[in-house]
Design a binder for this molecule. Structure first.
Ligand code: ZN
Length: 255
């Protein structure tokens, strides 16, 4: 008998805290996640596993970064409805002091008082952070609403065709050909939509976050095109999935 066994990565929510998010450029609620490597048989965990580390995910933009050991936090909140101010007070009371230099930097960016070199570097750093969101999404296969709907439609067409086939009498063969052609067409559409999930996710979820973060820098279309080309040449997916015009259009809504 063939037995499926091995190890797999398991993520468990530990609680919530607040921290400064460099992509949101402000304090945000964050979810703490414990990451373990566990043994499994047929994908069912069979031991407690060994700790790989802790992750902290910004609840506003989804940026996931490595977190410190739990012992370094005063406490972790289990209140799912606590706002950012309450979380800061309870879980990260020294945050404003620790992030003071970065907050001052973001204020200077908003005021337009940084040097051109620093502005250019901040723009690159912002794209690199946003690219984490894209890479995290595309590290696994995903069915979003659109590709799921296409998949359901394909199966409905196939199963409906099989069910109705016998009642077609003399027209059975023609009906069968039509169902096969339609099913193949829908299956191809599903595959295309499935493969382009990363593009759609980037435009739907990453573009608004990126546009909001870039707005204080007031980039030109030429600057964005050059930067995207550079990121593309470095194999960063965000450079392939977005273009300068889309980013400028998305920035308008934050004016
Ligand atoms: Zn964020």
């Amino acid at each position: 008998m063939f037995i499926v066994w091995g190890t797999k990565v398991v993520r468990r929510v530990v609680g919530r805290r607040a921290d400064y998010c460099q992509l949101c450029q402000g304090f945000q609620p964050a979810t703490l996640i414990r990451v373990k490597l566990v043994n499994h048989v047929y994908y069912i965990p069979v031991n407690a596993g060994s700790l790989i580390g802790l992750e902290q995910t910004c609840e506003t933009c989804g940026l996931r970064l490595e977190a410190n050991d739990l012992g370094e936090y005063p406490q972790v909140s289990h209140d799912r409805h606590a706002d950012v101010e309450t979380l800061l007070e309870d879980t990260n009371p020294g945050a404003r002091h620790r992030w003071a230099a970065h907050i001052a930097w973001d204020d200077a960016l908003r005021a337009g008082t940084v040097t051109p070199a620093n502005r250019a570097q901040t723009m690159t750093d912002t794209f690199v952070l946003a690219n984490y969101l894209v890479e995290a999404r595309t590290a696994h296969w995903n069915f979003d609403k659109l590709s799921s709907a296409a998949c359901v439609l394909t199966l409905t067409c196939l199963l409906g065709g099989l069910w109705l086939g016998d009642s077609m009498g003399d027209r059975r063969e023609d009906f069968k050909s039509t169902v096969v052609a339609l099913t193949v067409g829908l299956a191809l559409l599903t595959i295309v939509l499935f493969l382009r999930d990363g593009h759609r996710y980037t435009r739907r979820a990453v573009l608004p976050v990126l546009a909001r973060a870039l707005r204080p820098l007031k980039p030109t279309e030429e600057e964005l095109s050059r930067l995207l080309q550079n990121l593309k040449s470095r194999e960063m997916k965000i450079g392939k999935y977005l273009d300068a015009h889309q980013i400028l259009e998305a920035m308008v809504q934050f004016d």
